[in-house]
Design a protein around this ligand. Structure first.
Ligand SMILES: [Zn+2]
Length: 291
């Protein structure tokens, strides 16, 4: 039974794309939760650790209130009313509600359905490019974690170790036999070089300008990308991410949304370039091989 579904998945193009598209909608919906809640969970953990270390030196108490990925259940940020389960159906719920809370009619951010749609399109693209079940599974995990990192960095300038480090070691795991990067050596060297390139740039920039141009999270993301795609693809990732970042910064400056000296997060561009390179490297840079 399971074997026949797997082989149907590998052989039947329409079945594969459709299943991955629907799966993408559900995963996208879950990513919206992770992106909103994980930074709050981390802030709370760090605050409690500070209180523990400082003890009587600070006047704060440990916050024992329960908050995790599943609790409290979804509610409207404005009126705090619970959201009925059917409105959680990806995209369809948003359309039926016409983008407004069922209770207080306050607007629901367009970002939620956009993230769901983007995830499902990327998942479908994985099904378009790959047929091997192992490579597909790995690519879906890679894209899911990468999207959460990109959105969290965009919102909070954080790239949590809780996501970057698993992304790195899961990348090594999926490439034990070089399924995506070609060989384990490509992956190990990729992880090392990815970290070192940005680490060196960071220190050169800091010694010359006395400013911090990046964060350590950026090194870890590029290390993870190196682990997944192999060191050969780091050039493409760096090129694409720098171009995207520069275009975005110019756009923000021209529209007056970015003042001089204000930082923009680099993680979304690294992550975006990492996804583009996984899916399109063979078209962008024909000499670089992804098996
Ligand atoms: Zn409401």
């Amino acid at each position: 039974m399971f074997d026949s579904i797997i082989s149907l998945f590998e052989i039947n193009f329409i079945f594969r794309i459709f299943t991955l598209f629907v799966l993408g909608l559900c995963v996208g919906s879950f990513l919206n939760v992770v992106v909103y809640r994980l930074p709050i969970i981390l802030q709370k953990t760090w605050r409690n650790q500070c209180v523990e270390v400082l003890g009587n030196e600070c006047q704060l108490d440990i916050d024992n209130s329960k908050f995790n990925l599943s609790y409290p259940s979804s509610h409207c940020p404005q009126c705090k009313s619970k959201i009925p389960a059917w409105t959680n159906i990806p995209i369809i719920g948003f359309i039926l509600l016409r983008g407004k809370c069922i209770n207080c009619k306050s607007k629901i951010s367009f970002r939620y359905p956009i993230v769901e749609l983007l995830t499902s399109i990327l998942f479908a693209l994985v099904g378009y490019h790959f047929t091997d079940i192992w490579v597909m599974t790995g690519s879906l995990i890679y894209i899911g974690i990468m999207l959460s990192l990109m959105l969290i960095d965009l919102d909070t300038f954080l790239l949590p170790d809780e996501l970057t480090l698993p992304l790195l070691w899961i990348g090594l795991l999926f490439n034990l036999h070089g399924a995506i990067s070609g060989s384990l050596i490509n992956s190990v060297v990729g992880a090392m070089l990815g970290y070192m390139i940005l680490w060196s740039l960071y220190w050169c920039f800091k010694l010359i300008t006395k400013k911090e141009g990046m964060g350590y999270g950026d090194f870890k993301i590029l290390a993870a990308i190196g682990a997944w795609l192999g060191w050969q693809n780091l050039v493409s990732v760096l090129l694409v991410s720098s171009c995207l970042g520069v275009v975005y910064a110019i756009f923000l400056r021209l529209t007056g949304k970015l003042e001089q000296g204000n930082p923009i997060p680099f993680g979304p561009f690294l992550g975006g370039a990492g996804i583009v390179t996984l899916l399109f490297a063979n078209y962008l840079f024909p000499t670089i091989i992804i098996s």
